[in-house]
Design a protein around this ligand. Structure first.
Ligand code: DGL
Length: 270
């Protein structure tokens, strides 16, 4: 009984933490493709190849349901995977939709036509690959009308977080928020469209100002996974026991993860 959680590196731990708190009886296998992070500077074909390899490894661990806790993989690879690659007894879910549903005031799975919503000016912070995929804008346009989205590709932030260089990460957040504000001086809401960014949520909020509502994914994904597993209990998978796997150096990745989650996390080699 295990659900797979995948990210290019440490960012998906923000999602893992929330889902593990929300679903204490479910085991999770976390897979960090640290050897190939960051994904955000790669092209779509390369992201597709890496993501399908990682998801196959999670299926081998008995995880019939895998959450792509990575916006870059969700944006660049998920649709193609769902169209032709995922067998009928497995599921792969992304992390955008719960967030867009929350922002557009919708219940889970409400597919009614797009309508006006309260927020009109939204700042999107994401990796270069996610921004260039326009996947957020597409999902938003299916649900809301009249929302102006300004996207800021936040080059360098994921690298700095993976390296544990939080001073650089903070400086980059400030400079990306400045760049965004030059294009959209008064956003009403901001989307942290990369699962690494909640590790810098205080810095984003401080740079944006208190009046801007910051949406991040972890709790929204946890609610939506709980709802999904209620309706599809057979998708809990056949694996037993939680574990953390990495394609990188397990000791280095464990140290960073322990520092970020403030509890002991031990990664094994994938
Ligand atoms: N956490 C991934 C995301 O949500 C990271 C991206 C990367 O590896 O660049 O997009």
């Amino acid at each position: 009984m295990a659900v797979g959680i995948f990210d290019s590196g440490l960012g998906g731990l923000t999602v893992l933490d929330a889902v593990a708190k929300r679903l204490p009886d479910v085991d999770f296998v976390y897979y960090a493709d640290s050897a190939h992070a960051p994904y955000g500077v790669r092209d779509a074909d390369n992201i597709y190849d890496l993501t399908t390899q990682a998801v196959s490894a999670l299926w081998d661990q008995g995880c019939d349901l895998v959450i792509l806790a990575c916006n870059t993989a969700s944006a660049a690879a998920l649709r193609r995977m769902q169209e032709s690659w995922i067998p009928s007894d497995k599921r792969v879910l992304g992390v955008f939709v719960p967030l867009i549903e929350a922002m557009t005031e919708r219940d889970w799975g409400d597919n009614s036509p797009p309508r006006e919503v309260e927020v009109k000016h939204v700042a999107l912070f994401a990796t270069p690959a996610t921004v260039s995929s326009r996947a957020f804008q597409r999902e938003l346009a299916f649900r809301a009308i009249g929302v102006d989205v300004e996207a800021q590709a936040c080059g360098g932030v994921v690298d700095a977080i993976e390296d544990g260089d939080m001073i650089l990460a903070e400086a980059l957040v400030n400079s990306h928020v400045d760049a965004l504000k030059r294009k959209m001086p008064s956003p009403q809401a901001a989307i942290l469209g990369c699962t690494h960014y909640p590790l810098m949520e205080k810095e984003f909020q401080a740079a944006l100002g208190e009046g801007v509502k910051v949406f991040s994914q972890a709790n929204l994904v946890a609610d939506s996974l709980a709802d999904y597993l209620d309706r599809h209990p057979q998708m809990r998978g056949t694996g037993t026991g939680s574990k953390f796997l990495t394609t990188g150096n397990p000791e280095k990745v464990s140290n960073r993860a322990t520092q970020f989650l403030r509890r002991k996390i031990t990664f094994e080699a994938a």
